[in-house]
Design a protein around this ligand. Structure first.
Ligand code: BES
Ligand code: ZN
Ligand code: ZN
Length: 498
């Protein structure tokens, strides 16, 4: 489907399908209101009979209604007026997309001015509508032959009388949505079709024409750069590791960059400390932190933000081979610290150690990392919130502000010296697993902290629970598939940096 913004009065156009919105009344006996000036008998009757209730994301389709120049009419619920937010609108737009898809319409006009309750809502709602439509349109069926769902060939016009004022926000929503979809596809591709080499190639290809400079380090260069953590994890695999560097310059050269770091484990079987087989196939998603950092840099560049930003992705497989790292092996990270690998399945922190050390050398204003790092994060927060760790209160308030603007849910997790103490090694500086019990996500964060330069504001986002399969609560995410978690929040963080 294509989604364009149309500067028209909805009353003045005709089209195959009209999408209007209805608000739920706050009192039980009050009927829902459809946000279109003139209603025909059928819709009024439906409201009276409560087949249209205005409940959030309810969609009611009237085929062949032939009403005011429209053949079909879809009514989508906005929910109660005081509960409408940009996030609820994102979901409402996704519900509209699903109804349009089910109707197999060729052309539709979506009555945007019916969504807004005041002028100040219009800008964020325009962005949210574009995001909701674009995000809902993501489908991953390229590996199916035969009966795959056809790609929708429809034009959706988002109709508003104030298109000139909303254009920028609307286009921003489409760009963000398409960058999130780009990262989702990288996540959904299976391990045999998404190796470190392929991931790096996608970063190069995606960056074409955006002004981003992309540099890829191969195994020989990674060795030369003394990245002992990344090499140690890669030792068991036939696939060469890659270190991906994406640079964007949107501000004066003197301005310190915000550096995003991602875990790009294209498959994690656990290594010699092998994982149980049930659900192991989901470990193709262990590169979602990396994929989402790539998507973040693409979005920052395409939105032409006035900021300097760098994306770093450490990428490898964690698999078993004759040279694989064994429990007890000791490796040296780029910053010279040594660590014992007491569990080869705690590998994400080892490759991030090198990436964070390198990030710290770039004189960054801030370092932000994303990783599907710990199963403990899924236990703590399920798939609702992304847990984040930082000891910097200024950065913490930026993260909170950014998440409010993006609509993504984050939760601040504790990180203190006790967690650091638990990560001390017996024979080396550090152990990659905790000596204590519990708080597995915090001790992992404490390990990472050992590789961040003194005084650099740093936040770590553990997306183990939110990186994929969040479609049970977000209708603009695939039921089972990569979500693109934190890309929208990271773009907001970059804006606050500029
Ligand atoms: N990639 C996993 C974490 C993970 C598990 C993400 C489930 C999403 C869902 C990570 O590499 C890992 O295996 N971590 C171990 C660490 C432990 C051995 C200290 C874990 O969480 O079990
Ligand atoms: Zn692991
Ligand atoms: Zn992992």
């Amino acid at each position: 489907m294509t989604f364009n913004l149309l500067n028209k009065d909805i009353e003045s156009i005709s089209c195959q399908t009209l999408v209007v919105f209805s608000k739920a009344a706050s009192q039980k006996d009050r009927p829902a209101k459809v946000t279109h000036s003139e209603l025909n008998k059928t819709l009024n009757q439906a409201i009276a009979e409560k087949t249209i209730t205005g409940k959030h994301c309810e969609s009611v389709t009237y085929r062949e209604l032939n009403y005011a120049g429209f053949r079909h009419v879809i009514v989508v619920g906005l929910g109660k007026e005081n509960e409408i937010s940009h996030e609820s609108v994102r979901q409402t737009a996704a519900a509209a997309y699903e109804a349009l898809k089910a109707l197999k319409t060729k052309e539709a006009a979506l009555h945007f001015d019916g969504i807004t309750t005041s002028k100040s809502d219009a800008v964020p709602y325009a962005r949210a509508t574009a995001e909701g439509l674009m995000l809902a349109s993501y489908i991953f069926n390229e590996l199916k032959t035969g009966q795959k769902e056809p790609q929708e060939e429809a034009n959706v016009h988002v109709v508003t009388k104030s298109a000139a004022t909303l254009k920028k926000a609307y286009e921003e929503g489409l760009i963000l949505g398409s960058c999130v979809n780009f990262s989702r596809r990288l996540g959904d591709l299976p391990g045999n079709l998404m190796t470190p080499t392929i991931l790096a190639q996608h970063a190069v290809d995606g960056a074409k024409g955006t002004g981003l400079k992309v540099t890829i380090w191969d195994k020989a260069r990674i060795k030369k750069e003394r990245m002992g953590g990344l090499l140690g994890v890669a030792a068991g695999s036939d696939q060469e590791p890659r270190f991906i560097i994406m640079e964007y310059k949107g501000a004066a050269a003197a301005k310190k960059p915000v550096v995003f770091v991602g875990k790009g484990l294209t498959f994690d079987c656990g290594g010699i400390s092998i994982k149980p087989s049930a659900g192991m196939e989901d470990m193709k998603y262990d590169m979602c932190g990396g994929a989402n950092v790539i998507g973040t840099l693409l979005a920052i560049a395409k939105l032409k933000l006035k900021v300097n930003a760098i994306g770093l992705v450490a990428s490898t497989e964690n698999i078993i081979g004759p040279s694989a790292t064994k429990p007890g092996d000791v490796h040296t990270a780029r910053n010279g610290k040594t660590f014992e690998v007491n569990n080869t399945d705690a590998e994400g922190r080892l490759i991030l150690a090198d990436a964070l050390s390198y990030a710290s050398e770039l004189d960054p204003a801030t370092i932000i990392d994303a990783a599907t790092l710990t199963g403990a994060m899924v236990v703590a927060l399920g798939n609702t919130h992304t847990g984040y760790f930082t000891r910097n209160n200024v950065l913490k308030s930026k993260v909170e502000k950014a998440a409010v603007a993006s609509g993504e849910w984050v939760w601040n997790m504790p990180l203190c010296d006790f967690h650091v103490k638990d990560m001390k090694g017996t024979f080396a500086d550090l152990s990659n697993i905790s000596a204590g019990k519990g708080a597995g996500s915090a001790t992992a964060a404490a390990f990472l902290e050992q590789f961040v330069g003194e005084g650099i504001p740093w936040a770590h986002f553990d997306i183990a629970g939110t990186g994929w399969a969040v479609g049970n609560r977000l209708n603009y995410c695939p039921k089972k598939g990569a979500s693109g978690a934190m890309i929208r929040t990271f773009v907001e963080i970059a804006k606050l940096q500029g």
